[in-house]
Write a protein that binds this ligand. Structure first.
Ligand code: GAL
Length: 423
């Protein structure tokens, strides 16, 4: 039934949650009265499938880090839309958490350049992480020979999630990915003709940026797309203009409230049969699991025109400079990097382990297929999720994206994009 990445969707992986995890039970409550040391973990994984993933890690932390209590400092908002600002304020005020989440790549470099995170190379030696991760990923975490975080996972950004029932209404085969952005637009048109008012569901900010990225990737191809970030591709070029024109067309099929809702609400439109598709990273697999959406209700494939390309991002955890309780933070990092920790986290998060030694059989079906694709596909970075772009670039791009959502002026968007990428 599923095409493209064709797999039978996500198998139930057992959402353990925080229940009965001793010292790391519920976390927002200080040291739990046991005299343990708190480990304040800052993320944006506050609910749904994201929280389920975090809960998996916390459960493992409870087993491996006796004497430390997990303290949840999560700030809700997809892709850190609120958390990043709160974190920046706390860091600037000299009040860092014990550890915080950051994307491998340019985003991590922001914190390194600002002197806000410590070198953890020694921990790689102590915990045997030196050879646990693919070299290319460790390179993304390394600056001047020093390593600055421990990767928890690999997520895929370029995925479309479709409602099988809605597509069937317009006689569209949900198991087959449209071959190109144009073919996708033709299907969106069919859905509209069949009475689906807003066939492409999208959310605010980063969700629209991700859609734009996927169109650029499809239209430019992986090499030219990657070149946007090292400036070997001219962001002012005519091919970029043409791609942004297609992005504009796609937006004309989107929900009117897209600038007000989260990515998970957009997914809700698909699940409720009000939209045919949403383009979103594979944390959707975890959300579907958390919401108990049956496998048969949805299909997924690589964004049209990006078959064979894996647009990746990686969540990693840092050791902030002068952070609270560094010993507890180090134990957290040890769990994050361990095979048990990666399994506890990624089976529930929709992502695949960053470690190379994981056994696919331990993972739900979706992740099994993503692991296979990760090995064979061409890998490109994501701007929206920090592997290719800095925090500052993303701020500028997202402000241009939200302006574009209202005004739909391609020239203005392209100018802003080119300017952000040139910085
Ligand atoms: C990304 C993050 C993912 C997921 C997503 C939606 O930036 O890397 O793990 O949390 O945002 O919130």
């Amino acid at each position: 039934m599923h095409g493209g990445m064709t797999r039978a969707a996500v198998a139930v992986a057992g959402v353990a949650g925080l229940l009965a995890v001793g010292a790391c039970g519920n976390s927002d409550e200080g040291d739990g009265g046991g005299g343990d040391k708190n480990v304040q973990v800052f993320t944006w994984w506050a609910d749904g499938g994201e929280k389920a993933g975090l809960d998996g890690l916390v459960a493992q932390f409870g087993k491996d880090c006796a004497g430390f209590t997990f303290q949840n400092a999560a700030v809700a908002g997809g892709a850190g839309s609120n958390a990043k600002q709160v974190l920046a304020n706390n860091l600037a005020a000299g009040d860092p958490p014990s550890t915080f989440q950051a994307h491998a790549g340019k985003e991590l470099k922001d914190y390194i350049d600002a002197g806000q995170v410590d070198d953890v190379s020694q921990l790689y030696k102590d915990y045997g992480l030196d050879t646990a991760f693919p070299k290319s990923l460790v390179d993304n975490l390394t600056v001047d020979g020093k390593i600055y975080s421990v990767p928890a996972n690999i997520h895929r950004a370029n995925v479309v999630w479709a409602s099988t029932a809605v597509l069937k209404k317009a006689s569209i085969d949900p198991s087959k990915a449209p071959a190109s952005v144009d073919a996708w637009i033709a299907d969106l048109d069919k859905l509209r003709a069949a009475g689906v008012k807003a066939p492409l569901a999208s959310g605010k900010g980063f969700a629209q940026e991700q859609l734009m990225e996927a169109v650029l990737l499809a239209e430019l191809g992986p090499d030219k797309f990657a070149g946007l970030f090292d400036k070997s591709t001219d962001a002012n070029g005519a091919d970029v203009t043409a791609a942004l024109g297609k992005y504009k067309t796609l937006l004309s099929y989107a929900n009117a409230d897209r600038d007000a809702i989260e990515w998970s609400d957009a997914l809700g439109y698909v699940n409720k049969g009000q939209a045919g598709y949403t383009l979103m990273g594979d944390w959707v697999a975890a959300q579907q699991l958390a919401d108990k959406v049956p496998d048969s209700a949805y299909a997924y494939w690589p964004a049209p025109g990006t078959q064979g390309v894996f647009q990746y991002l990686a969540d990693s955890f840092t050791l902030p400079t002068n952070g609270k309780d560094p010993d507890g933070a180090k134990c957290w990092l040890k769990v994050v990097g361990s095979s048990e920790g990666q399994k506890a986290f990624n089976t529930k998060k929709g992502s695949i382990p960053a470690r190379s030694d994981a056994n696919p059989a331990d993972y739900p079906k979706y992740q099994q297929s993503a692991m296979a694709d990760w090995k064979q596909d061409k890998v490109v970075p994501s701007c929206a999720h920090g592997s290719a772009c800095t925090l500052g670039q993303n701020e500028s791009i997202q402000s241009a994206i939200s302006q574009f959502s209202a005004k739909r002026d391609v020239a203005t968007l392209q100018k802003a994009l080119a300017q952000a990428l040139s910085s």
